[in-house]
Design a protein around this ligand. Structure first.
Ligand code: ZN
Length: 384
């Protein structure tokens, strides 16, 4: 049986998620302490910290803000501008950019900031997508590495020591308590939670014969390079009460466009709209751990009292973990074609990464599926 948090719907199969003796998950516990936080004090300490880091620096940017063009990064840029800072925005191009994602990136530029877009070698990127999918069941492996390494490389390159990250995903979505309180992002954090999944960049060179010179964008700068600039990172979510929906509303008021209809495997139309491969990424999470993007989003809304746990459960049953026949309207076949993969090969990879103990099986041991191909879980809630 899969065990679920008694307050939200996160399952115990979620990596690094701990539960207390009452069955409440670490994400819910971290959220419940928010009301005791002196947010005004935190904002003041944030502003003081940014000023202190920039005290002896002139004619430069105050910080680097990594941006995807999504609702959260749009809100991050707006926050830094509101506080009177001059950010340099850095974008790592997604694996399979969507037109609406591009439009939202253009919108960030229109807010009044400098923006650098770094686009890693696309031939290598497609190889890495396939290696990520086949080796660790994550098509988005290179993108997830790049969104952490590229802004850090930019910090070294442009000699801007401070990087402002968004939320600490370990805080909102649950993780070890010691790390939820961490307000900075370090190489150690990247290696532990940054999505490497045991596939190291050095393996790509040694095992898959990709020259290391082609892998620069996936490598962290050296400690010496970091020390010379004094690179440091802060999570904005530690200093301001992070809320995805509030970020969306703020971003929308400032030109951000949503998809306009609900996204496959999700329950909202305003997030993960910048990469056509995201549907595959989320589906594999469902196959490996028995929960998808809908569970994550629903749980943030349950925690904030916007919907009941019961309502959330109905939404999860309906939308979570759907087989990605399409994503943002693009056909699966078209999405995986550049990776030289057929749908049959894709399904074989799916089977390899399916944790069969999480799904219902027929007498022959085959996975039972909904009519759209989505595997049915053994249980969607705790059983009495
Ligand atoms: Zn919970």
């Amino acid at each position: 049986m899969i065990k679920y948090c008694v307050r939200c719907l996160l399952p115990s199969t979620k990596p690094d998620l701990s539960f207390d003796l009452d069955g409440v998950c670490a994400a819910c516990i971290a959220f419940s302490t928010r009301s005791e936080i002196d947010w005004e004090g935190r904002e003041k300490s944030f502003v003081d910290l940014v000023r202190k880091i920039n005290a002896n620096r002139e004619n430069s940017w105050d910080c680097i803000v990594p941006v995807s063009g999504g609702k959260d990064s749009t809100a991050q840029v707006l926050k830094m501008l509101e506080l009177g800072f001059n950010p340099l925005c850095v974008t790592a191009t997604t694996c399979d950019p969507t037109p609406i994602g591009r439009q939202n990136l253009e919108n960030i530029k229109s807010l009044g900031v400098d923006l650098v877009e770094f686009s890693p070698n696309q031939v290598i990127r497609k190889k890495l997508n396939r290696i990520g999918l086949e080796q660790v069941g994550d098509i988005s492996w290179p993108e997830h590495v790049g969104i952490f390494t590229i802004p850090v490389r930019a910090a070294v390159q442009f000699k801007v020591p401070l990087i402002i990250w968004g939320e600490n995903s370990q805080n909102e979505y649950g993780g070890p308590a010691s790390d939820a309180e961490n307000n900075s992002l370090t190489r150690k954090w990247l290696e532990e939670f940054g999505g490497l999944l045991g596939l190291r960049v050095s393996d790509l060179n040694e095992v898959f014969d990709i020259p290391s010179s082609k892998l620069n964008s996936y490598l962290y700068p050296t400690d010496a390079e970091m020390a010379e600039v004094g690179v440091t990172g802060l999570f904005l979510g530690h200093y301001f009460p992070w809320d995805g929906l509030a970020n969306y509303l703020l971003a929308q008021a400032n030109g951000f466009k949503s998809y306009g209809m609900s996204i496959e495997g999700s329950m909202v139309d305003y997030e993960n709209i910048d990469n056509f491969q995201t549907g595959i990424h989320d589906y594999f999470k469902y196959l490996k751990f028995g929960f998808g993007r809908t569970t994550d989003i629903v749980s943030t809304h349950i925690r904030r009292g916007r919907i009941s746990r019961k309502q959330g459960l109905e939404i999860v049953k309906c939308s979570d973990g759907r087989f990605p026949h399409t994503y943002l309207g693009k056909e699966l076949r078209e999405i995986i074609e550049p990776l030289n993969l057929t749908v049959t090969e894709f399904n074989q990879i799916c089977d390899r990464f399916t944790n069969k103990s999480l799904f219902k099986k027929d007498v022959d041991g085959g996975i039972i599926r909904k009519s759209d191909g989505t595997p049915i879980k053994i249980n969607y809630d705790n059983l009495d």
